[in-house]
Design a protein around this ligand. Structure first.
Ligand code: CA
Length: 227
């Protein structure tokens, strides 16, 4: 199984080190940010599997970050607050956090909560199948169908479609797509992405004539439409 990536956004270094240590020992890949204002671009770029988000942060507070994350992603967010009485207020604001932890906490407790949230999220999609309208993509078998008819895709086309189907309506730059689909940095391969997208559109259009599944966003990139 792929190692899951946990992002910690917290400015208290001691807490970060403690959490990182425990989470890494539990088999997670961990990255950390100590400011709020760099969080959103980082999350869009890295798409972590879970975010531990402190509320009081330099640059931007965790509540705003959580709200914005929810506008483009369903990634589980566990919010960390310094005051137990704040949890009620946070729940009332409907920020979209999946769980709340109050300081001081034991790192064991945090690891247990992380595991519980990830288990809950993962059990929501037992088949690992992405479905957007009549388009279905099975991650385990690498099979893509349109109205139950199989679409033959190249590995690059499959990876691109998987990234876009994971986040319908999100606008991806070509660089986002290169990084997310290929898994590492390429420079100057914009045209390759354009070619893959063109081929994907053509293949999908054979089964769904007249429907624009993938839109070009002028000057930015592409998005997959939630039909
Ligand atoms: Ca803080």
């Amino acid at each position: 199984m792929k190692q899951q990536h946990i992002l910690i956004i917290e400015d208290e270094r001691k807490i970060v080190e403690l959490l990182r240590d425990y989470l890494e020992k539990s088999g997670y890949r961990v990255s950390c940010l100590d400011r709020g204002d760099t969080a959103i671009p980082y999350i869009k770029q890295q798409m972590p599997d879970l975010i531990l988000l402190d509320i009081m942060l330099p640059g931007r507070n965790g509540m705003e970050i959580c709200k914005e994350v929810r506008s483009f992603s369903n990634v589980p967010v566990i919010m960390i607050t310094a005051r137990v009485e704040e949890i009620d207020r946070l729940l009332g604001l409907e920020l979209g956090g999946d769980d709340y932890i109050c300081k001081p906490f034991s790192p064991r407790e945090v690891v247990a909560r992380v595991k519980a949230v990830l288990r809950r999220v993962n059990s929501d999609q037992p088949e690992k199948k992405l479905v957007i309208g009549s388009l279905a993509l099975a991650e385990t078998t690498h099979q893509v169908t349109v109205n139950n008819r199989e679409l033959k895709l190249t590995p690059s086309e499959f990876r691109l479609l998987k990234v876009m189907m994971s986040h319908p309506n999100r606008v991806f730059s070509r660089n986002d797509l290169i990084n997310l689909a290929q898994g590492y940095d390429f420079e100057g391969y914009d045209r390759t992405i354009d070619t893959h997208i063109k081929n994907l559109r053509k293949k999908i259009a054979e089964f769904l004539p007249g429907q624009e599944i993938i839109s070009s966003i002028y000057g930015i990139g592409y998005k997959l439409n939630q039909l």
